[in-house]
Ligand binder design. Structure first.
Ligand code: HEM
Length: 340
């Protein structure tokens, strides 16, 4: 398919001028853009971030060590995951803030009290600042991903200006909104299943169990609930349903991951589940580029959070928890807990 997503009926386009990124591209553009971004996310480079993730997580947990009331999202999951993607992109100190995050998040769940054109203006102003910062920096200080993309754009035309800004926007947004949901949804699932949570904090918990726990939490309450819209390139019959060329198809990841025909006891959380070939990171050419980072953040942050929070319970009934009103993502706006 090579339709312009902005013209696909029913497609909800992102902010004006920021749609030229890899999620919306087909080869050869997709291959070119993905190759430019991928170098920063290969597992070998991501593994080097482990000390930074541990250190950042511990500092955040230090700040709430004596708090009786904790919001797992605002106090931990949001700042941790946003700082990580900011570190990879090279967002300057002072800009990896809740205000910057709010500007990005407003593009998928607009703040009711703010004028939409004001929100879009703020987002473009943020991208102007970030790109200008890399352009004014000297070569040696631009080893980060955004610096590399700016050079790719300026020096050999491997990326247009619109692609550069669209890619920066995409990475800043999905580079944390997803992992934040993994930590939030995962913590909530574990609060509902204390016996499973105990498996993650016990003295014999090894890296094998932690890794399989993260896969199970990704399956059980998938941080990305729906894939982006697809447009059928040719007619196909699927489970008795005829899909015609050009039809728009939405893939429900969260539903596939609870398919009883594929996952026995699909509605049961089992941190040791094996095999566990879930679709939480998608499938095919658009498979999540940040999967290694997400797995490392999940396996580092979740056990640390559970251990250092100690025994806690939800501060309000589960059916009153605020879920953010977005189509693609599934994540909590707040996860308030009280220390026992
Ligand atoms: C638990 C965390 C994450 C989950 C569940 C997740 C899930 C997904 C899914 C389902 C897709 C495919 C979407 C589709 O085909 O329509 C995807 C693509 C993508 N993800 Fe993630 N993601 C996570 C973390 C991250 C992180 C940390 C980054 C870092 C930047 C990232 C960057 C991307 C990008 C750039 C794509 C588009 C790839 C392409 O179009 O070729 N993701 N992700």
């Amino acid at each position: 398919m090579s339709k312009d997503p902005g013209r696909v009926p029913g497609y909800v386009p992102g902010p004006t001028g920021l749609n030229r990124h890899l999620v919306h591209a087909d080869p050869p553009d997709h291959t070119r853009l993905r190759t430019l971004v991928n170098t920063a996310f290969v597992p070998r480079r991501i593994a080097q971030l482990e000390p930074l993730i541990t250190d950042t997580a511990n500092r955040l947990l230090d700040r709430i060590e004596h708090h009786v009331h904790v919001d797992v999202i605002a106090d931990f999951a949001a700042p941790l995951t946003f700082r990580m993607i900011c570190a990879i992109l090279g967002v300057p100190d002072g800009l990896d803030t809740p205000a910057t995050r709010a500007t990005l998040m407003a593009t998928i769940a607009p703040a009711a009290d703010l004028d939409p054109s004001r929100q879009e203006h703020d987002l473009h102003a943020l991208l102007d600042t970030l790109v200008a910062d890399k352009r004014s920096a000297n070569e040696s200080s631009t080893v980060d991903l955004l610096g590399a993309l700016v050079r790719a754009s300026d020096e050999n035309g491997a990326m247009s200006e619109e692609e550069l800004r669209s890619t920066a926007y995409l990475l800043l947004l999905v580079g944390h909104d997803t992992t934040m949901n993994l930590v939030g949804n995962g913590t909530l699932a574990l609060l509902h299943c204390p016996a499973q949570a105990a498996r993650l904090t016990g003295p014999d918990t090894g890296p094998g169990l932690v890794a399989s726990a993260v896969e199970e939490l990704l399956r059980y309450d998938s941080p990305v609930r729906d894939a982006t819209f697809r447009c059928a390139a040719e007619p196909i019959a699927l489970h008795g349903q005829q899909i015609e060329e050009g039809d728009i198809v939405s893939l429900l990841i969260g539903s596939a991951n609870r398919d009883e025909a594929h996952f026995p006891g699909a509605d049961r959380l089992d941190l040791g589940r094996t095999p566990n070939d879930h679709l939480a990171f998608g499938y095919g050419p658009h498979f999540c580029i940040g999967a290694a980072l997400a797995r490392l953040e999940g396996s580092t942050a979740l056990p640390l959070l559970l251990r250092r929070l100690g025994p806690v319970q939800l501060a309000k009934p589960a059916d009153e928890l605020p879920w953010r009103p977005t189509r693609v993502m599934r994540g909590l706006a707040a996860l308030p807990v009280v220390r026992n």
